[in-house]
Write a protein that binds this ligand. Structure first.
Ligand SMILES: *[C@@H]1O[C@H](CO)[C@@H](O)[C@H](O)[C@H]1NC(C)=O
Ligand SMILES: *[C@@H]1O[C@H](CO)[C@@H](O)[C@H](O)[C@H]1NC(C)=O
Ligand SMILES: *[C@@H]1O[C@H](CO)[C@@H](O)[C@H](O)[C@H]1NC(C)=O
Length: 503
């Protein structure tokens, strides 16, 4: 309840629509953009006071966590958003921090994937923005360290690729240069490195990083054995590190597989010359997904989710994470000028909106299902009304649904999608906001969010507040464009990279 009282005056002050005697006051995109900047500053100030330079704030107890090796994940993840919001104060604080990080030291196991998408990408994106469209924001002399530290970090990590196949280990000890002994690596964690490591090579002129990541990616683009590509373009979920062959044929767009598909089309956006095969594989995957994975709840046949598939059986389970899919179909559809992908993307966006719209908080759950035989009695009403039931009701400040609304707004220009973003922002302010930041929720379909979780993931800064802000912000080089004219492409953590051809 305290969030209620805190959040609403702050929102009103920041220009959130309030009711006057004559009805709702319609505010322009500008004041909505200002309200998002206010939320970002609120979270930054709380983090900076109570948790910096640790990885994340515990926004209820005002303690901190170091879940990402203690290199200041929230600060590095916040950089590109602070640049886009044009806040030189915060950008300078982050640049000073990054210059002081020693990426060779940590007490904990390092995830190659998480470190790449948050730290490496955060720095590379900051470099692209501050060398490009945001060049006036800070002293030029402070920018070069971003590329130097990117190289330092990649040099610490690159031994992970030193395996018989070149498919990396994900969980590594950077002190001993050992690994966790896994026999396989996951599809997403293997297939979500190539944009960052290629960008690093293109910026430094040292092609080693591109070679390492593209060699690993090659096994995903040419999957073996055939049985583990059950539909054209749709592949299994894990890869044998010794041989580079797929180890199963479990297909989905859910967590663990998701950003492999995301990066196929994004690599083509990054450089259509070098990455045309990636486009081909994305198109195959997208067509197969429409044909074989599109699934409609029995109670709401007008809604479309993506099912998973393994061994001739479908799984009718999806996730908040999966809801990037609509935005990804929209990006591919607009870039390739393929209306069928745009249409399908909008169907996916509408169904993910339902997972927000139908709950008591207006925020969607971590995991949900539409398997008609498994509906719990106490969720039958929800299933009949909304077409899904909740399997895991938490919300850890994930961005994917809002991200897809943003793509829908950019590609269609339909104001409805902006309203959906705004409604999500209002709910996040109402239920998640604390005195020092934003907390997760335990049950999005309970009246008060089911209680709050004392953790603020770094992607609140990198993704959630960025996609909301961009929805209401002025045009800019970094905005996603309708058609094929994008000059920036977003990594899976929402860090924008300058596309290669515009160098
Ligand atoms: C930049 O962020 C700081 C710290 O949150 C805040 O106090 C300041 O008002 C912001 N400046 C602008 C121009 O938004
Ligand atoms: C990494 O290896 C070093 C040196 O062998 C060891 O001291 C340390 O405990 C290991 N770290 C982890 C997280 O296992
Ligand atoms: C759901 O959508 C309807 C119609 O657009 C809207 O009136 C309602 O406020 C939404 N509910 C939530 C919780 O967002």
């Amino acid at each position: 309840m305290r969030t209620h009282l805190l959040a609403l005056p702050a929102l009103a002050a920041a220009g959130v629509p309030v009711y006057s005697n004559s009805g709702p006051v319609v505010r322009s995109g500008d004041s909505r953009a200002d309200a998002v900047k206010e939320a970002f500053s609120h979270a930054w100030d709380g983090y900076y006071e109570h948790a910096f330079p640790h990885d994340e704030l515990h926004p209820i107890s005002n303690g901190y966590g170091d879940s990402r090796n203690g290199w200041g994940a929230s600060a590095v993840d916040a950089l590109s958003t602070a640049i886009i919001m044009n806040n030189a104060t915060i950008v300078n604080q982050i640049l000073d921090h990054i210059a002081a990080v020693d990426y060779s030291k940590t007490d904990a196991t390092v995830s190659l994937f998480e470190t790449t998408i948050r730290y490496l990408a955060g720095m590379l994106s900051g470099y692209d923005l501050l060398k490009g469209p945001a060049a006036d924001l800070v002293d030029e002399g402070k920018v070069e360290v971003l590329l130097e530290q990117s190289k330092n970090l990649a040099d610490v990590l690159k031994f992970a690729f030193d395996t018989p196949s070149g498919v990396p280990f994900n969980n590594i000890n950077i002190t001993s240069e050992e690994n966790d002994g896994s026999e396989t690596n996951g599809l997403a964690v293997t297939g979500t490195l190539v944009l960052e490591w290629t960008r690093l090579s293109d910026l430094t002129g040292d092609d080693e990083y591109a070679r390492l990541s593209q060699k690993a990616q090659d096994y995903l683009l040419h999957p073996k054995p055939d049985e583990y590509e059950p539909f054209p373009g749709l592949v299994g979920s894990s890869i044998n590190i010794e041989t580079g062959e797929f180890a199963d044929g479990a297909v989905s767009w859910n967590g663990g597989a998701d950003s492999y598909y995301e990066y196929l089309i994004k690599m083509y956006v990054y450089d259509p010359e070098r990455f045309d095969l990636y486009r081909e594989r994305w198109v195959a995957a997208a067509q197969s997904s429409i044909k074989y994975l599109a699934s409609h709840p029995s109670s709401r046949p007008g809604l479309t989710f993506l099912a998973s598939y393994e061994d001739h059986e479908y799984g009718l389970v999806s996730q908040h994470l999966t809801c990037f899919d609509g935005g990804n179909f929209l990006l591919g559809g607009t870039v390739l000028d393929r209306q069928e992908f745009i249409d399908f993307g909008l169907e996916l966006v509408a169904a993910c909106h339902e997972t927000y719209n139908a709950t008591l908080t207006g925020i969607g759950p971590e995991q949900f299902s539409w398997e008609p035989g498994s509906v719990p009695d106490d969720q039958r009403e929800l299933y009949e009304r909304a077409g899904f039931f909740i399997q895991s009701g938490g919300y850890i400040l994930r961005p994917e649904v809002i991200e897809s609304f943003y793509y829908a707004w950019r590609v269609t220009g339909d104001q409805q999608y902006r309203e959906w973003v705004w409604n999500a922002f209002v709910s996040i302010n109402k239920y998640c906001r604390t005195e020092t930041g934003f907390a997760g929720l335990r049950d999005v379909n309970a009246e008060d969010g089911g209680g709050r979780d004392d953790n603020q993931e770094s992607f609140l800064f990198a993704e959630v507040l960025k996609y909301i802000y961009l929805t209401f912000a002025p045009e800019g080089e970094w905005q996603v464009k309708k058609g094929s004219g994008n000059t920036f492409v977003y990594n899976t953590e929402a860090h924008p990279f300058k596309v290669y051809s515009s160098n």
